[in-house]
Design a protein around this ligand. Structure first.
Ligand code: UTP
Length: 298
């Protein structure tokens, strides 16, 4: 298999979603709807729009709804057909044709690094993408496609990063960058969730990666780090010492939809852009904003 092409993507979706409890107690965080589509569908559509053919979703207990979502729903299709709802029928059928789906169970949430390692036997000896489903990136050129085009030129690991406010660095993996060209850096090192005093930059890794298969033996040897989990960042730090690694500044609007406030903001932004809801929703928001500002003046 040519190392030039990135055909496969891993979507780790076995995390516990503790930031979104109690909603995520019995339902997967990845199935929370952003307007009318679950979060994970946005991720899958981004991957497909970036040229990915095979999607490997890492699931765990309580995540069956994800598999059902990307499968056919014969009864529902029959019902929609019978009631003449052809447009929605088409939409529903499209979902199961988006890509080739494969599921691997991670029996314990042992960390993002461990989740990626669970896909090794399905990836084999080729480069692959990793996309985190709770980071939704609204971009003209899909975020993953931006990374793939860097990979095509450089043939090395590429991480998606964005410049974030200094006070937020303690929530992200932060890279120590060496400038290459506008928006592109060599990764010299990485620090997971540093204090703002210790952060080597304000470039945060935001849930999009192109990785070579050499990451697997490194992950296998990576000892559990923070919270007893096998951290992808620890393996990436080792990889960056062995081989060149790049950080590409992704162009697009990113939403951390795995966080309650981030999810609410993403909902508002996507609802405003929605062709059938946007105008009415905007009118509602404007009238609501007026009452909020009147209340604040009281
Ligand atoms: P997060 O730590 O952001 O997600 O992991 P989480 O654990 O689901 O959520 P919180 O932080 O407790 O609210 C980043 C990604 O890695 C996946 C998660 O599903 C998420 O997409 N993950 C994490 C796994 O698949 N397995 C794990 O063991 C840990």
């Amino acid at each position: 298999m040519s190392r030039l092409t990135v055909r496969k993507a891993v979507i780790p979706a076995a995390g516990l979603g503790t930031r979104f409890l109690p909603a995520t107690k019995a339902s997967p965080k990845e199935m929370l709807p952003l307007v009318d589509k679950p979060l994970i569908q946005y991720t899958v559509e981004e991957a497909v729009a970036s040229g990915i053919e095979d999607i490997i979703i890492i699931t765990g207990r309580g995540k069956r709804a994800i598999e059902d979502h990307f499968d056919r729903s014969v009864e529902l299709e029959e019902n929609l057909k019978g009631s003449g709802k052809s447009q929605v029928l088409h939409q529903i059928r499209q979902i199961s044709h988006l890509a080739n789906f494969c599921y691997v169970r991670q029996s314990e949430a042992l960390g993002l690094g461990h989740a990626v390692l669970c896909a090794q036997h399905l990836i084999g000896d080729e480069p692959f993408a990793v996309i985190l489903g709770d980071e939704i990136i609204d971009a003209e050129v899909p975020a993953l496609a931006q990374l793939i085009s860097v990979y095509k030129k450089r043939q090395k690991a590429v991480l998606g990063v964005q410049d974030i406010p200094k006070q937020d660095v303690s929530r992200y993996g932060i890279v120590s960058p060496k400038y290459v060209s506008k928006g592109l850096h060599r990764v010299q090192d990485m620090v997971e969730k540093p204090s703002s005093a210790d952060a080597p930059s304000t470039l945060a890794v935001i849930g999009r990666y192109i990785l070579p298969p050499e990451i697997f033996p490194i992950l296998r040897k990576t000892a559990p780090g923070k919270n007893g989990e096998i951290q992808l960042t620890d393996a990436l730090k080792t990889l960056a010492k062995k081989s060149a690694m790049f950080a590409h500044e992704i162009k697009g609007q990113r939403h951390d939809a795995g966080d309650k406030l981030g999810f609410l903001i993403a909902t508002v932004e996507f609802a405003l852009k929605n062709p059938s809801l946007g105008a009415d929703f905007k009118e509602y928001l404007l009238s609501r904003a007026n009452t909020i500002s009147t209340d604040r003046r009281k």
